[in-house]
Ligand binder design. Structure first.
Ligand code: SAM
Length: 286
């Protein structure tokens, strides 16, 4: 490791460890052959702690399956990006907060795509060191920047992004960790870089998810690392609409993800306002 990863950067290692475990399953939802090396020892240590919370060794499971959620989420957003790549006008893909995402290496991409990964410098340096010698399957460009800084758009454009060309954006596993005003600021800034019709996807949780007593050990764990979950939203479609983004929200185990047959927990009905929800949202720039 070239630099120490901070707490939020370490969450990227945990996500990679989940993808490595998923890859080993016979009924895997996707294959990520790079996840194991990206997760490193730290990622698997963090996953063990999460498993201890999600699947207690005594008694039955009491909280929703977060590793399954991340597996389903990966598959769902793989589908989003695969679709985006087939839309002939899409010329640019941007992963905001790419973390240990290996889609540039493991998915097929048409030649017309320019592919950008934004994350903070230490995270991208760590990733480069883990993937040394592996060639991406796309014109991949990294943008070492903080999405809360005043100037990341300049860095993105310096890397070759053209705001006048159609794009597809993925903000996966990011918004939870941002203060609410920063979520609104970021969505405004992202929308400003998208021409109408450009695609976007993201994920958020609802307010009940952050307050759900049985999930507290998990939130406490993440807070203990120094990156508390800060942002929740009860109407994701309305949230994105405020920023010029027309989106649809789905839940793991429901709608477009039901076919994966993986989410063992109940899918809350719309009338259950106090049920914890993890939303996947996707749509386009108005
Ligand atoms: N999208 C990846 C995935 O799903 O595996 C990574 C998700 S990980 C849970 C959160 C990522 O957000 C980390 O890589 C972290 O470095 C990045 N991140 C958090 N705050 C950020 C910021 N202000 N600017 C850039 N990246 C940020």
């Amino acid at each position: 490791m070239t630099r120490e990863l901070d707490a939020v950067g370490r969450t990227a290692l945990l996500a990679a460890a989940v993808r490595a475990e998923e890859t080993k399953r016979e009924d895997r939802l996707f294959e990520d052959p790079y996840a194991e090396r990206l997760a490193g020892e730290i990622g698997f240590e963090l996953l063990e702690v999460l498993h201890g919370i999600t699947y207690p060794s005594t008694g039955t499971r009491t909280v929703y399956s977060v590793p399954d959620h991340v597996g389903i989420r990966t598959r769902f957003f793989d589908g989003f990006l695969r679709h985006a790549a087939t839309v002939p006008s899409t010329r640019q893909i941007v992963l905001g907060a790419a973390g240990m995402d290996a889609r540039a290496y493991r998915l097929e991409w048409p030649d017309r795509i320019r592919y950008f990964e934004i994350d903070r410098p230490a995270v991208l340096e760590y990733k480069e060191s883990r993937l040394e010698g592996v060639r991406p399957r796309v014109d991949r460009r990294t943008v070492a920047a903080d999405l809360l800084s005043d100037s990341w758009e300049d860095d993105l454009e310096a890397a070759g992004y053209d705001p006048e060309l159609p794009s597809a954006w993925l903000l996966e596993g990011l918004l939870y960790y941002l203060p609410e005003p920063e979520v609104h600021r970021l969505l405004d800034r992202v929308a400003a870089l998208m021409v109408p019709g450009s695609l976007i996807a993201s994920d958020v949780c609802n307010t009940a998810a952050l307050a759900y007593p049985e999930w507290q050990p998990m939130w406490d764990m993440i807070e203990g690392w120094g990156c508390p979950a800060l942002f929740s939203c009860d109407d994701p479609e309305e949230l994105f609409a405020k920023h010029g983004l027309d989106m649809r929200a789905v839940l793991p185990g429901d709608g477009e993800t039901a076919q994966y047959n993986r989410w063992d927990d109940p899918v809350p009905s719309p009338s259950q306002t106090d049920a914890p929800r993890l939303y996947y949202v996707h749509g386009k720039r108005r």
